[in-house]
Design a protein around this ligand. Sequence first.
Ligand SMILES: Nc1ncnc2c1ncn2[C@@H]1O[C@H](COP(=O)(O)OP(=O)(O)OP(=O)(O)O)[C@@H](O)[C@H]1O
Ligand SMILES: [Mg+2]
Length: 272
Amino acid sequence: MGAIIAIVNNKGGVGKTTITTNLAHALANLQQEVLVIDADSQCNTSSFFFHGDVERVPAPNLYELLEDDAADVRDCIHAAPEYSRIAVLPTHPDLAGLEPVIIQRPDTGIRLMRDKLRDYAKTKYDFTLIDCPPNLGTFVMMAMVAADFVLVPLESGSKYSIDGIARTVGLIDDIRSEGQNKDLTLLRFLLNKARPRTIVARETHERLRERFPGRVFETVLSASTDLQQSEYLSETVIRSKPNSQLARLFRQLANEVVSLKEITTMQDAPSA
Ligand SMILES: Nc1ncnc2c1ncn2[C@@H]1O[C@H](COP(=O)(O)OP(=O)(O)OP(=O)(O)O)[C@@H](O)[C@H]1O
Ligand SMILES: [Mg+2]
């Protein structure tokens, strides 16, 4: 069975979208079948995969899936034009307007994503990555209720970044304890935008490991100007700068994620 990973941090600009797109590509290069879901009405991931142009994002998509009771998930998933083994469930800016409708159905609304796509995604794809908006609102809750794991990117060297994660961790605990998704697991924290060999980068990593032992990725993504060019081209850094340090780090991260999935799947297996 595949693993569903929600990429969550209520802080904006920490790299959720960059990590979603580049990790998806690195996993696909490891022969993994990947589904990318854009749960953010900013549509950054959606436009990234469809020629960098929000106008070219296909429909039906997540908007229709959540808005129309009769919509079928298979119709809402589209192959990424430039990337083998990556399928995308994109979204539309109007997604934000659905929030009040979903909130009116407190029990069923928050389960919509889980009910409509979890079984299909886990059967068809090795990995499903859900790019979340920078808040802990309705769509993030929906993603967490649908997911197996939460990956929390953090900006290296930012004290506020570490202080702010308490709310994200608290929400995971609430979703588990309230029974909306009792198996939801914090996969790992992932440090991003690190300035290598600086004291502050090292200290953030150490502080985080002390506070959350065994819950921090070994891979630390460095800050790199290579991303600006790749974003401009709507390409992953793995494609635009395959020999760069950041491309290598994303490949290393994908290997970590694949081995974590193997470990957790073994733990889930019923004992003989
Ligand atoms: N490792 C990095 N090195 C340099 N720049 C980076 C790195 N990671 C992300 N960025 C840049 O930081 C900005 C924010 O990144 P991104 O859009 O991925 O964050 P986000 O968490 O998805 O933001 P939002 O919360 O608005 O959805 C982008 O301009 C991106 O290019
Ligand atoms: Mg984003």
